[in-house]
Ligand binder design. Sequence first.
Ligand code: ZN
Length: 480
Amino acid sequence: MIVVFSGVVAGIEGFLIEVEVDVRPGLPGFEIVGLPSKTVRESRERVRSALRNSGFKFPAQKVIVNLAPAHLPKDGAAFDLPIALGILAHLGHLSLKALRQRIFAGELSLSGTLKRIDGVLSLADLADERGFQLILPQANAREAALSGRKNLLITPSLSHLVHFLAGKTPAPQVPACPLPRPKPSACGPVIKGQAHAKRALEIAAHGRHHILLVGPPGVGKTLLATQARRLLPPLKREEMLMLAKIYEAAGLLTADSPPPVERPLRAPHHSVSQAGLIGSKNGRPGEITLAHLGILLLDEFPEFALNTLQALREPLDNKVVHLARAELSLTYPADFWLIATANPCPCGYFGSSTRLCTCSSRDLGRYRRKLRGPLLDRIELFCCLAPLSAEELQDRPQPWPTGSVQGRERSRSVPRAPGRAGLRFLQQAQKRLGLSARGFDSTLRIASTIAELDGADEVDEPHVAEALQYRWEAHYHLFA
Ligand SMILES: [Zn+2]
């Protein structure tokens, strides 16, 4: 029996698969066992034709292929190549040594050329961890280059690979692929006024505090939220690779669509299902994973279904999401910055000085319950936006974010400690506003971010005072 190594990807994790090929005397036949999907079973026809069209004979014996371990579900056509190699090794066309310490993955065409497969970045990680070399179709050259791994080989066809493994021909070079760098423009678009909301977003971005923007229609909540992406620092190389793996798992990284080079901004509609938001049972990552390292924008926040919002609590706390499947539980990263927007009431004009709110007290009560929702304690900053004042309308329009606050990296990860005055001020505010323990901690975290932005070594009274303005307890009239 010949063993050839291959791999399977579940979510963004690669697993080693042993492809056991046994050829024994008996009626000619070809069987694949070990939880293969339909695509894997169809491998038989592809392997048979590819071997013949590459100038090899298919054994007129009983061929049995077992994919181990049996409990992992196996999908995709990437086992074509290791199966064909196992048969060739049995026929003596390959030495066993040539198969050692190598992972083979590739779909065979009937002519014997190799076609592009999915999950290459995760397989490259697997090979790296195990100290194996990974052999891939040349059609995957872009992902091979993207992974930046040295332990990778690409090959155009089965016959080419056999020649290479016999030492008769060199393998094609993996092309160099410098990751594309987004070129941030110097400034954002012109957004008049809303200095308070801009400051709140700058603080929230720097400390990755989740934020809710509340205001009447047309004050620019969504525009500010989408522009807030510019406040985040550019992606690092490892972050780009992680996003590429996620987008590959979601089927969004195809031959024509390049990997993300900017922090993601995902803005699902409020009708999104729970599976669409957090991920589905069949292993497809949800919006929160596609927003990993970027922004999840929930526009019209109170319109989202309660159970959908409820499902966000665990990922918000743990920055990962677990999707339980029948055979295997998948874990996806979900470290996103949540920006939510909402109207202050159903008609949108509660508290407005220019228009009358037409909502009944019953409508208001129901709306506020939704606004409080299941995530109120997970959202650290609140900011109320009002229509521009006459003065603001006169202002010279300024681009936002300005160059000085764009792409700011955190100066250090350790939070600033509260000074004595800062702490006393916060304790007084806790009594006055009835802050919960969680609210107290959140306020301190925001104040710490503000202190960091100020270049202060400890959290002082003004930092706490500013932080308190962004607490929902200070905007109680909107929630009670
Ligand atoms: Zn209203």
